[in-house]
Design a protein around this ligand. Sequence first.
Ligand code: G6P
Length: 494
Amino acid sequence: MASTRAAQGAQVLVASNRGPVSYEVREDGSLHARRGGGGLVSGLSAIGPDAGALWVCSALGDGDREAVRRGVGEHGVRMLDIPADVHADAYNGIANSVLWFVHHMLYQTPLEPVFGAEFRRQWASYEAYNRAFAEALAQEAAEGAAVLVQDYHLCLVPGMLRELRPDLRIAHFSHTPWAPDAYFRILPDDIRAQLVWGLLGADQLGFLTWRWATAFAECAQAVDESIGREWPQQGPRALTHGGGGTPGRRTRIGVHGLGADAEFLRARSHEADVEERITALRGEIGTAPDGSPRRTIVRVDRTELSKNIVRGLLAYRQLLDDHPEWRERVTHVAFAYPSRQDLAVYRDYTAEVQRVAEEINSAYGTPGWTPVVLHVKDDFARSLAAYRLADVALVNPIRDGMNLVAKEVPLVSDDGCALVLSREAGAYEELGEDAIVVNPYDVIETARALHTALTMPQGERAERAKRLAAAATALPPARWFLDQLTALNEPQPS
Ligand code: G6P
């Protein structure tokens, strides 16, 4: 086994909070497994089943915990049964209420955050949860294995794991933005230092854009001025430091801009269930007074506080005010799927999205026209149906690591859609040239952009969509994953 691995490269381990499978206890007591998709799943399948890959993840709900206890599991997945209260503090308390807020700059600072005793208690859980991952990885990894740690949930793992297993090759990838130093300083100094040194335990840190990578480098140097920066215009970039007790260590900084999976999306969006939903959605959208199909402005988001759905609705209302000629001729199709509903602020945000949509519908709607078609129940086939029908895609996050929807809609839309895109989304770096770019806080500008998008001549729209789709698929998930692995296995200059 070891020699097969050696021939193919080192064993690969992935660590993330959410794993590729989740379990539900059915009424009859049986366990039902549901498999997820996403970049890591395609990435891991690209290295093949013989590579001895292992995915370490956390049990998230009661079903998952039950599966661990009964010893039920998928080959190649190890779920950690972290105590529910520790997980809740680490995931809801720290990862989603502090780190997510810092990196997306979401605090309303007159009253929050408050870093007191409750925060310290939750931070201890975040440490324990990270330690549980580090210990499991240390136990499972073969000599010299490559470990790819994911996201803000697991920032302390690289440092902890390096102490336990200095032989491993360790990478960490941030799927979120990274806060600028002026905002990162909101965190207590010792916490900033722990986060930076936790990550610098890795051999390689990956980000979605150079904007986020540079922000991290600046935060790191602000934490400790002895950290050096090798930042040539061309060639590999790195931070040099004495972290992990080894003087003269380097942590390479790389950018891997995850792209859309064209092959999968194009095929999936033409399956029968998507066709069915297109018919249903066309019915909801209806036709303009002259009998032509109504134009569509489409958005699809998980309802995260950073997605800026409410300002999107306000911009749409502004469009209907500024350009009454669009009334009855356009529909805003908005899918806002619930996420992190354990947190009151997320639930309140979903309620606000619903309230504003209803307000627009009652102020502007007519017997034959619902201005906003809002759905909050997650349905992937219906999302693809909306992508196919999109004339305009609205992607206006306050801040976003990448935003894959911006990449997916131009690729899937039947007639080529125009993209209204926030300059604060990571995708802006790759798609900015062919999108209509907006400041996400400026609803008047966003309304103007929607009008420009709706009136864009069909030829230009199709041309732009083609270029957007090409840029969006430059780094498909499997290559995104393999590139990181290749970079990690490259020998370090001494
Ligand atoms: C977003 C982020 C990812 C993150 C994920 C976690 O999609 O872009 O960086 O891993 O949220 O979502 P969850 O539902 O597990 O909280």
